[in-house]
Design a protein around this ligand. Structure first.
Ligand SMILES: [Zn+2]
Length: 527
């Protein structure tokens, strides 16, 4: 007797094979049979006529580390068919927590009314398991967190002892459950690290069978050099590399797409196991403070705010903007404040949805002054959406067979604390948008290929052997969706909108979404 029988679905196997009609039977947490209706009885039958069945989607790049503790239902994600969240991205993880690393995580945790009771990576994962989650979790340890824990948030280079201490941090995190190392070389303090430091830490991850994911040093003017660096780290440390949210940022860099594609393909041909992840939007999202020159960004939120209060520093920033406009555009990817929309500002929620240009206009001053005042007032707790990319390049990169789908977002919910931020629509829309717009409406991808990018591609890269494909014996992470209707509903103006067209989602054999509604089940595991 099977637990569940899914009848009449069109199976999109996750491996890129042509869709075919068959039934799927599950037993406990695994797929037990596929094919013509199995003779045996099932405790429960799902009529999937007219629906596609795919492996549960793997969100290859998320920031759900704290949001999952605040709301384990992972609403914005499971309602798109996501069953696995990869966390600890862009150099930022929830452990290990000492020194400046603790202060940084504590600040973010306070916004979600979470107490930070853990210190080690293992203790964080225990907390996650004890809370329960609707999705599986693949954890990574973040270089920025490790660097802040060992050396603080400053811009120094590590001495031998500090480098050894960072290596031990990565080693311990890997031993306690991290599956890879991530960097955010665009963000301080990771941005201060030179390549050999990262290679040394990546080697530790490699020895434990881990992978390396990087928000590379530059996604704009320095894009190609930054990809070279990621490739070099993979070559030297000998581990799989994932380039995070691949893009060409800034109008001056859109014509680098050809060179970028050549470089990525060349790197793969040369034997580096390289993939990328991508979100299907032409706007990015990050901290407002990231538009400042690096010298003004060190010291964490409070440190930056204190610095910006100094009139001399302010003058220097104005002069720098006048003299080095290209460098400012390079960091932000936009020409001016019309391309920057405030998305999350807990201290001034009424500003969420406004552009920096509008903010400056109502304050009656320059855009830079408006930005600096806001950073001071909020201790830099402001993130923004940056309209910095070309839709054509987004499509071009999406077509590459080694580009997986990742939201680059934490799980949100329209309800409770997670619904208070304006956010970027990608938290709710990424997977449904690829299937509905890029696949069905624009024909950028075939359905089989789109699903492969959401399942077996990241699963194989990360060594998740039992997931990412519909086959007998695999874990029963499954999504049933209507390929004619699936669509994202979240917009930049109204991001808290669930995707439509997702009917059922099973995680480890248990329904999390049932006839379009969340069951409240928390069957997720730390993988
Ligand atoms: Zn990132």
């Amino acid at each position: 007797m099977y637990d569940l029988l899914i009848q009449g679905a069109r199976i999109v196997d996750g491996l890129g094979g042509p869709p075919y009609r068959a039934d799927i039977a599950t037993s406990k947490d695994r797929i037990a049979a596929i094919g013509p209706p199995p003779q045996a009885q099932a405790a429960r039958v799902i009529d999937a006529t007219g629906l596609c069945a795919a492996p549960g989607f793997i969100d290859a790049h998320t920031h759900s580390d704290l949001p999952l503790l605040a709301d384990p239902l992972a609403q914005s994600k499971v309602r798109q068919g996501v069953t696995t969240e990869v966390i600890g991205n862009c150099g930022s993880s929830c452990a290990p927590l000492t020194g400046d690393a603790l202060a940084g995580v504590r600040r973010n945790a306070e916004l979600l009314e979470l107490d930070v009771g853990w210190r080690s990576f293992g203790a964080y994962l225990e907390r996650l398991s004890a809370t329960g989650t609707a999705v599986n979790v693949v954890p990574q340890v973040g270089h920025n967190t490790v660097r802040a824990a060992v050396m603080g948030a400053g811009d120094e280079q590590p001495d031998t002892d500090q480098l050894s201490a960072m290596e031990r941090c990565v080693e311990q995190a890997m031993d306690e459950g991290a599956r890879g190392l991530s960097t955010g070389l665009y963000y301080p303090p990771g941005a201060y690290a030179r390549t050999p430091e990262v290679v040394a830490l990546a080697r530790v991850a490699a020895r434990r069978g881990g992978f390396y994911t990087s928000h590379i040093r530059s996604e704009s003017d320095g894009l190609l050099d930054a990809v070279q660096e990621a490739a070099e780290i993979g070559r030297q440390a000998q581990l799989p590399v994932e380039i995070a949210h691949v893009k060409a940022s800034g109008y001056r860099n859109w014509d680098k797409a050809d060179a970028l594609v050549d470089l990525l393909e060349q790197t793969r041909t040369q034997g580096v196991q390289l993939i990328c992840d991508q979100y299907p939007y032409h706007a990015s999202s990050t901290w407002l403070a990231s538009m400042l020159p690096y010298w003004a960004q060190s010291g964490g939120g409070a440190g930056i705010a204190a610095r910006l209060r100094d009139p001399a520093c302010r003058r220097q920033l104005h002069q720098d903007l006048e003299a080095n406009r290209a460098a400012w555009e390079n960091r932000s990817g936009v020409r001016d404040g019309t391309g920057i929309m405030i998305s999350s500002c807990p201290a001034r929620p009424e500003l969420q949805g406004q552009t920096v240009a509008a903010l400056a206009a109502s304050a009656g001053g320059s855009e830079l002054d408006a930005v600096l005042d806001l950073l001071i007032e909020t201790q830099c707790q402001v993130s923004c959406v940056w309209f910095s990319q070309s839709e054509e390049v987004v499509k071009r990169l999406m077509r590459l067979p080694f580009v997986a789908i990742g939201s680059d977002a934490g799980a949100l919910s329209p309800h409770g604390l997670l619904g208070r931020r304006q956010s970027h629509p990608r938290s709710y829309g990424t997977f449904a948008r690829v299937l509905g717009r890029y696949c069905r409406q624009d024909g950028v991808l075939s359905l089989a290929d789109a699903v492969r990018k959401m399942t077996s591609l990241p699963a194989t890269h990360m060594g998740l052997r039992d997931r990412g494909a519909i086959r007998v014996g695999a874990m029963a992470d499954l999504v049933l969706f209507d390929a004619d209707r699936v669509l994202d509903q979240a917009t930049f103006d109204a991001p808290h909108q669930y995707a439509t067209g997702i009917s059922w989602v099973l995680c480890n054999g248990q329904p999390v979404i049932q006839a379009g509604e969340h069951t409240g089940a928390l069957p997720g595991r730390v993988l």
